[in-house]
Design a protein around this ligand. Sequence first.
Ligand code: 5GP
Ligand code: MG
Ligand code: MG
Length: 179
Amino acid sequence: MLNDIQEVLYSEEELQAKVAELGAQLSVEYADKNPLVICVLKGAFIFMSDLVQNITVPLELDFMAVSSYGSSTKSSGVVKILKDLDVPVEGRHVIIVEDIIDSGLTLSYLIDVLERRNALSIAVVALFDKPKRRTVDLEPDYKGFTIPDEFVVGYGLDYAEKYRNLPFVGILKPEIYSH
Ligand code: 5GP
Ligand code: MG
Ligand code: MG
């Protein structure tokens, strides 16, 4: 698995430091709001887990799984809910935790859904942002790192369901994609 990595972009230490920073920020802004923190599966599961451990105020959490149809490295904008939330969002301060915003299509669909369910407020935390590839007008409220237009894996992020368990984030050797 490590053999497939061309370059490490963010080490475990760099990721942990950034996540601690985001957690501290959210702890201040969501004190007394009892936010509902929503993990967008599967890619955000490690980020979510580390992030909530760095939030020092009461919160609740839930999980949602969506699939955006398209190739394994590009989203089509057609989104399907594979697993919905267990709790209603009406009247709640919601924080959506995403691994990465690329075109922005997945998130804009999710925000739309949660708005229609009358969330009181909706904020987006994204570990990674690829602003160059955006096709809809969407900015994360909290962001970890801005990255160039390269396909990254690790720390929850996959290629063909692999590499999610790497503790760092890197880019794959080009020959991996041609298999
Ligand atoms: P969007 O709808 O913003 O185009 O796509 C968002 C989703 O596509 C992300 O949540 C993620 O699951 C996937 N994605 C986008 N860019 C990357 C990337 O560089 N690496 C991986 N592993 N997944 C990505
Ligand atoms: Mg995602
Ligand atoms: Mg994926």
